[in-house]
Ligand binder design. Sequence first.
Ligand code: GLC
Ligand code: CA
Length: 539
Amino acid sequence: MKKKWWKEAVVYQIYPRSFKDSNGDGIGDLNGVMEKLDYLVELGIDVIWICPMYKSPNIDNGYDISDFQDIMEEMGTLDDFDRLLDGVHKRGMKLILDLVLNHTSDEHPWFIESRSSLDNPKRDWYVWREEPTNWESIFSGPAWTFDETTRQYYLHLYAEKQPDVNWENPDLRRALYDMTNWWLDKGVDGFRLDAISHIKKDYSNMPNPKGRGYVPAWEKMTDVEGILDFLKELREETFARYDVMTVGEANGVTTDEIDEWIGEKHGVMDMLFQFETWYLRKPDEPCGVNVDALKGVLTRWQEAAQGISWNALYVENHDRSRIVSTWGDDKVYWRESATAVGFMYFFMQGTPFIYQGQEIGMTNAPFEDIVLYHDVKTLNFYRYKKAEGMAHEAIMKMIKMNSRDHSRTPMQWQGEGYGGFSTSKPWLDLNPNYTWLNVEAQRQNPFSVFNLYKQMIALRKEKEVLVYGTYKLFKTWYACVYAYTREDEKEKVLILSNLKDELCAWSPPEGAVLLLCNYGAEDPYSLRPYEARVYQLKK
Ligand code: GLC
Ligand code: CA
């Protein structure tokens, strides 16, 4: 397997709106990120992925871009960006951007032109139809919106204000590649490719919408035949010319497609975020994870990539609720379960991603009232479910478990003021537990989630086997224990995570040396609730 800098890296994802506000307007910004770079160095981070900070009317917090080559006012300026990039590089880290190629804002000049007349040269840069289909948008409601000016419908897989660009048009593609290269020439170190499995659509046999309501049309808009031709061209025209890393948000791509998508020889990008672990829990089911199902999914991805490709490892991001509140137990075993889930995914083969706040075990927000929510997906969901006749309580139950706002509450730096995030009221309320759950408190405690994450990162850096070694599922008697080994010619390491509130009889193999544990002293006969350990095994 080829060695690469990005295989050895640990990535930290920043949602800049909620990370650190530098000028007291309640909104995180680029200078705020700058202020916290040394914190990321302290944690041991190598690469920062920053979510969109481009010019945007902000209906989807920056994923609706009106100018790809400028910075949104609230975030700062292009000069601030250049200083940030420089600050990251000076500290020996790298910076990757979120590249949104599936859609723009309806306020992007391209769309303004496109919608202006039927024969505008940019008409075909977006998708226009006389008759819409009954496709449902990923953000609820119809995926087509009628536009008065030309009396046609345009397509938007996401919000109404996020029209999809038309990848079938070569001029549009060229414009996207030029924009991408502009950032690469500035010196950014790669991209996370937003919604990339949706860029091609299948318009054949479009169903007649009349009288049928809106239905999910997943196969028409996800990983559609021919998408790899677009992605190959994208790669050749941009990334392939630079030493950068790329990771695609690739909902719907399966382990059978690993070679074509991310194979070392033929792949169109370096890594992808698989979505299968999201679907292990239904949106209206209570917390907890089926550990056997989890072992099945993750082991399949590990084995399929072994020797030919590379995994992106993650349990949180800005679109998911907090992991300690979904797979863990954010009440009784908060500290233990936050770290047990951490141990479980962090030492697999692949590049680990940590989402801001995950390293201190931030939890879902206890927001009861819909007015406290901000996310466009959540609010659309509420609106359309209500219109379909679902009861308020039933909708709120799902929102309280799954809203994207749970991961977007401001970063909890300290216990007073506005959590050290800002000097004024933040754009989205803080989770009230910031008074005790914060960076400052955890820095001082050697067994805190923060300090365990720090040790996990350090251990991965110290042992090459934890980067390149082969993954193998390790059988124990307990379904709730996720255990696996990593092995190379020289070393063998065992990772165990008890992912339930159960006591499991277990003794370490002879000669095993404990490297890391999320409980104080080792118990030689059992794994306690949510206990996780890493052992060096005799080889
Ligand atoms: C991706 C992003 C999400 C955004 C959507 C539309 O799924 O992660 O936050 O809303 O694309 O750009
Ligand atoms: Ca600000």
